[in-house]
Write a protein that binds this ligand. Structure first.
Ligand SMILES: C[S@@+](CC[C@H](N)C(=O)[O-])C[C@H]1O[C@@H](n2cnc3c(N)ncnc32)[C@H](O)[C@@H]1O
Length: 457
């Protein structure tokens, strides 16, 4: 018997061929028939020399061409060709499977289109479908799309109607509606190109809306305490990463019809490049980004925002970068601070260092708190944030400590929301001194006090 290669594997018999999961049944019949010297008419396309083809379903693009042309007669935004859902993941356990391959073909936009444009779309989807991207979606506008499958050529109209929107929003009136904020939701990776939101991203969708709700009091405070003549609200995002928070915030401000400018800084060049790319994708002319250290953030704000920021946001800025952000805001007299601290290694490390010195725990009411690693880290976390709150208060801020997201999502779930109730004030040095002496008793020297040493002298 002739050995044949099928999909990179060498087949020695029909049974072997059948055992290769992806091979369609008709290919196996074809191999059996070929061994018997037969070439049945129905199976001619699948004789052994052509087995490679057997794994590719016949495309029915011709069938859908006419109806599709009618659906797209008034233009379309984009077409998406993607892999079908993989076996074994109905609805998709997306966290464990690799991302589905997808090709997004930009459309001519709304309005009339030409037959050349439609023909080149058909040619492009023919190519995509031939390489396995059978699932097709044609986004006509933000609420209408047509879905198809290149393997059967049937079209299905889909509409993002009120019922569907209410379902996505979980029955609540959320600020970032899927029909209104779709550009943002797609850019930050929550919405798919075809306008759907996967089960995994539905959770993220709720989280970013929750974030807007949490941040609203911060920008409202900042706006309340500044004269209108000051111009747009100045927002500085410190340690912005890829600025998901920044873009979400911009969208919320835009929806609230608030004139704003946002500047994001981060030390990582590639992240800043990605932020600039995202801003371009969103045609957002009110956000800017630069590679900068947080400690230079106020100078960057003056350069890019035209003055001291009204609102500083710092979301999960690593370890003492959070202290740099708070110190910057305190020194500059920033009206409103929205800060979610990150991991806090500093105090625990100071205790580990001083643990060699037996007398270091003398000032501790409960020395076990620093003697055991688990306690030490949890205690250091809480103490770091408690100290931040005390220092902010001593510098004239009113501080709220709020749960950021439920504890099961992340341990870094404390939000410090602070504002200057009566405008910038000189720090209360007696209060700062009391904080310092308590720190001494606990054998710690927190970053925030060190960074602000000159300001608090
Ligand atoms: C955990 S990420 C959070 C990013 C973003 N804020 C978010 O929540 O998605 C922390 C970011 O802070 C940046 N960072 C840390 N220390 C910094 C510093 N001293 N100056 C500027 N950026 C800093 C890191 O590069 C990183 O992108």
């Amino acid at each position: 018997m002739t050995r044949q290669d099928y999909d990179g594997k060498t087949c020695t018999s029909p049974a072997h061929l059948a055992s290769i999961a992806a091979v369609p049944t008709h290919a196996v019949f074809s191999l059996r028939a070929a061994r018997m010297g037969l070439r049945p008419l129905l199976l001619r396309g699948f004789i052994m020399s052509d087995l490679e083809k057997a794994n590719t379903p016949r495309l029915k693009l011709k069938r859908m061409k006419g109806p599709l042309r009618r659906h797209l007669a008034h233009g379309w935004l984009r077409a998406i060709c993607s892999e079908p859902q993989r076996d074994g993941s109905p609805g998709g356990d997306e966290s464990s499977s690799p991302p589905r391959q997808e090709l997004v073909l930009p459309g001519p936009g709304p309005g009339s289109t030409t037959s050349e444009c439609f023909d080149s779309l058909m040619a492009a989807i023919q190519d995509a479908a031939s390489s396995g991207l059978y699932k097709l979606s044609f986004v006509i506008d933000e609420t209408h799309r047509v879905d198809a499958d290149a393997r059967h050529g049937m079209l299905k109209k889909r509409q993002l109607d009120d019922a569907r929107i209410a379902k996505i929003m979980g029955g609540k009136d959320r600020p970032l509606r899927p029909d209104r904020s779709n550009d943002l939701l797609r850019t930050i990776g929550i919405m798919n190109a075809d306008g759907t939101i996967s089960a995994k991203n539905a959770k993220k969708y709720k989280q970013v809306n929750h974030l807007v709700a949490l941040c609203r009091p911060s920008w409202e405070r900042a706006l309340r305490n500044r004269p209108e003549s000051e111009g747009p609200l100045r927002v500085l995002d410190l340690g912005c990463g890829n600025s998901t928070l920044g873009f979400v915030l911009c969208e919320a401000l835009r929806l609230a019809k608030i004139d704003y400018r946002l500047h994001g800084i981060d030390v990582r060049e590639e992240l800043i490049e990605s932020c600039i790319g995202r801003a371009k994708q969103l045609s957002d002319d009110f956000s800017s980004f630069s590679v900068e250290r947080i400690q230079n953030g106020n100078e960057a704000a003056h350069r890019h925002l035209g003055g001291t920021p009204d609102l500083v946001v710092a979301l999960h800025a690593c370890d003492t970068a959070t202290d740099e952000a708070l110190a910057l805001a305190i020194r500059a007299g920033v009206q409103s601070i929205f800060c979610v601290p990150c991991c806090q290694a500093e105090l625990a490390a100071q205790w580990t260092e001083s643990a060699r010195d037996e007398s270091s725990a003398d000032g501790m009411t409960f020395p076990a708190l620093v003697q055991h690693g688990l306690f030490r880290r949890a205690y250091a976390d809480l103490l770091t944030d408690a100290l931040r709150v005390e220092v902010l208060e001593a510098c004239g801020y009113t501080v709220q400590v709020v749960e950021f997201v439920a504890h099961e999502h992340t341990a870094k779930n404390i939000l410090l929301r602070a504002h200057l109730a009566r405008g910038p004030q000189a720090p209360d040095l007696a209060r700062i001194e009391a904080i310092r002496s308590r720190c001494q008793a606990l054998a710690i020297n927190p970053a925030l006090l060190r960074i602000l040493a000159a300001h608090l002298a």
